[in-house]
Design a protein around this ligand. Structure first.
Ligand code: DC
Length: 344
């Protein structure tokens, strides 16, 4: 398949959800370019600073136009890199300060307009994975492939903490401080008046909280293959996905009552099957079981028949069932692990 046949693949979601790693891997798997639009906001955040918020519209537009963004391969055959005025954007934009300034300037309509125009130009006539906050809703509304990644704030904070720690870039920040920062940035990105962060109506939503990178990548590649071919990707049989959730002693005690347990599990299954149907309204079946093991572990396991988006359907069913039970039990301290594909 020609590399230019994918068009633009949009990948949106909040900070710390793992979008960049996934978008980069997806682009590499498909042999197409990767456009990190957050890097564009970070670059202008650093170059213009907080003062951008006090500029007149005309002055801000003129300042934005001093910077020209492009995707350029450093040598023939190499992956294209995001460049600003012909120079690849560097590591200086990867700091927390650059992230804060980016979030600040990203609220300015004129600046957004200028960057969105540049993004559309880069996406014109070529295939690329465009990662950001408003790719599916605003910049490329007619993209054929749209994804929205999400994860619980505490999971995103832990990932960010481990990533900073590995790079030796924690600078004394605690996990709690990082989580507060992520929640503040979420509120700013979701609550801003212009182009707030939200999934496009036709986006595939993937909750990455309990999945590893390979699991999410497989779900996304399946979805792309289905739409490209108009058929199901090759699949040798039914697909399984499961969620394991460790319950508190209080929750286990409540579930010892068989009647109560059946009632709650029935509601969890109902929610899980509805989520599987919403994930892809194909007529292929999904079977979903909910069990409580003796060690206080709840298991939701889904089996989806071979068919369009089978992995996504199985995953959506298991995750939604576990989430519904956690909500009903008011479980704040559940620990979730998942595997995809495969039985738990
Ligand atoms: O993904 P990131 O952390 O590099 O993004 C930095 C900031 O830029 C983030 O606060 C949201 C903003 N942003 C945006 O508003 N629209 C985009 N398309 C990409 C990023």
């Amino acid at each position: 398949m020609a590399n230019d046949s994918y068009g633009v693949i949009t990948m949106d979601g909040p900070a710390g959800v793992g979008k960049s790693t996934l978008a980069r891997r997806l682009a590499a798997e498909l042999g197409i370019a990767y456009l990190d639009t957050g890097a564009m906001y970070r670059t202008l955040g650093l170059r213009l600073g907080a003062a951008a918020a006090d500029m007149s519209e005309a002055a801000l537009r003129a300042r934005c136009r001093e910077y020209h963004f492009s995707l350029e391969a450093p040598e023939k055959g190499a992956d294209p890199q995001l460049c600003c005025n012909g120079v690849p954007v560097g590591a200086e934009i990867r700091t927390e300060k650059a992230g804060r300034l980016a979030s600040l300037v990203a609220r300015l309509p004129v600046l957004r307009e200028e960057l969105q125009r540049a993004q559309r130009e880069m996406g014109e006539g070529s295939s690329l994975v465009a990662e950001g906050r408003d790719m599916g809703t605003k910049v490329f509304p007619s993209a054929r492939h749209k994804f929205f990644l999400d994860a619980r704030p505490e999971v995103r904070a832990r990932r960010r903490y481990l990533e900073l720690e590995a790079r030796g870039a924690l600078n004394g920040e605690t996990l709690e401080q990082i989580q507060r920062g992520i929640e503040a940035r979420d509120a700013q990105d979701r609550g801003r008046a212009v182009d707030p962060l939200r999934p496009a109506d036709d986006a595939v939503i993937v909750d990455t909280s309990d999945l590893d990178l390979e699991g999410v990548l497989r779900v996304i590649l399946d979805s792309v293959a289905v739409k490209q071919a108009g058929t199901s990707p090759a699949c040798s049989g039914p697909v399984h996905a499961g969620v394991r959730m460790v319950l508190s002693p209080a929750a286990c005690f409540m579930l010892q009552n068989a009647e109560k347990r059946e009632e709650l599990f029935a509601r969890a299954r109902e929610t899980g099957l509805a989520a599987a149907h919403a994930a892809s309204s194909s007529s292929c079946g999904v079977a979903l079981s909910c069990t409580l093991q003796g060690n206080g572990v709840f298991v939701a396991e889904a089996e989806a028949e071979e068919g369009p988006l089978a992995r996504l359907r199985a995953l959506a069913a298991a995750q939604a069932a576990a989430a519904r039970l956690a909500e009903e039990l008011s479980e704040e301290s559940v620990t979730i692990e998942a595997s995809l594909p495969g039985r738990i």
